[in-house]
Design a protein around this ligand. Structure first.
Ligand code: HPA
Length: 236
């Protein structure tokens, strides 16, 4: 047990699929896993461990933002011996080259967050996922006919900004969209010698102001969920 997770060590698989929303974790368990059980209820940050085909996997929520993702991913890697975390989340798009519901495989993340600096004095603004896990996800996407865009994303500390200079983030920093968790996840994986990846579905566009309803989002996430789970089958 940790301050934020009540599960027994043996009740968490070595691979964790991590949506932001606890209800999404529940949805994935109920619709994709067999023989699953609820392994965490602390703060309603639900986690479930079950089987996808014959692979034992845990699906657990991260909550929103780097502080929350930072806590859960650290505890899972460090105290539950988790080897791989695949985040599956939503993002806002900075370019009309990406449509709502498109799937992004994050190949790097830029952030101006203080997370890594405060955590261990790491001062770079760019972090990468595990190339090995990304290669598996890419291969799985190809085999399952799921189109993915391999791109850099911006990881933000702030959702509501008084002024959002996203054109600069796109044109100068090459970030195609924005989410709020991957930088903390990738940093924790790096310092603890673990592996992480991040798959995102575009849920809204900062360019066209198009948005999705929470109901639409639930449905559209099925491609991304399948991609994460099918990839898990190929990871030891
Ligand atoms: N900003 C930050 N995070 C997000 C967004 C956004 O517009 N959309 C989905 N996650």
């Amino acid at each position: 047990m940790t301050p934020h997770i009540e599960a027994l060590k043996e009740d968490i698989a070595n691979i964790v699929i991590m949506p932001g929303d606890p209800k999404r974790a529940k949805y994935i368990a109920e619709n994709y896993l067999t023989n699953y059980k609820l392994i965490n209820e602390v703060r309603s940050m639900f986690g479930y461990t079950g089987f996808y085909k014959d692979k034992k996997v845990t699906v657990m929520a991260s909550g929103m933002g780097m502080p929350s993702m930072g806590i859960y991913s650290y505890e899972l890697f460090k105290f539950y011996d988790v080897d791989i975390i695949i985040r599956i989340g939503s993002c806002g798009s900075y370019t009309d080259k990406l449509n709502i519901f498109d799937v992004i495989l994050t190949d790097s993340v830029y952030s101006d967050s203080s997370y890594a600096k405060v955590q261990n004095n790491f001062t770079d603004n760019i972090l990468h996922p595990s190339l090995e896990v990304n290669n598996i996800i890419e291969k799985t996407a190809l085999e399952n006919n799921i189109k993915i865009h391999k791109e850099r994303i911006y990881c933000s500390d702030v959702f509501y900004k008084e002024k959002d200079d996203f054109v600069n983030k796109y044109e100068t920093l090459n970030c195609v969209g924005v989410e709020m968790e991957s930088f903390a996840l990738f940093h924790n994986a790096n310092i603890l010698n673990k592996k992480a990846a991040c798959i995102l579905t575009v849920s809204d566009s900062l360019v066209t102001k198009e948005a999705t309803t929470s109901q639409q989002r639930e449905k559209s996430l099925n491609d991304m969920i399948k991609l994460a789970l099918e990839s898990a089958l190929l990871i030891n």
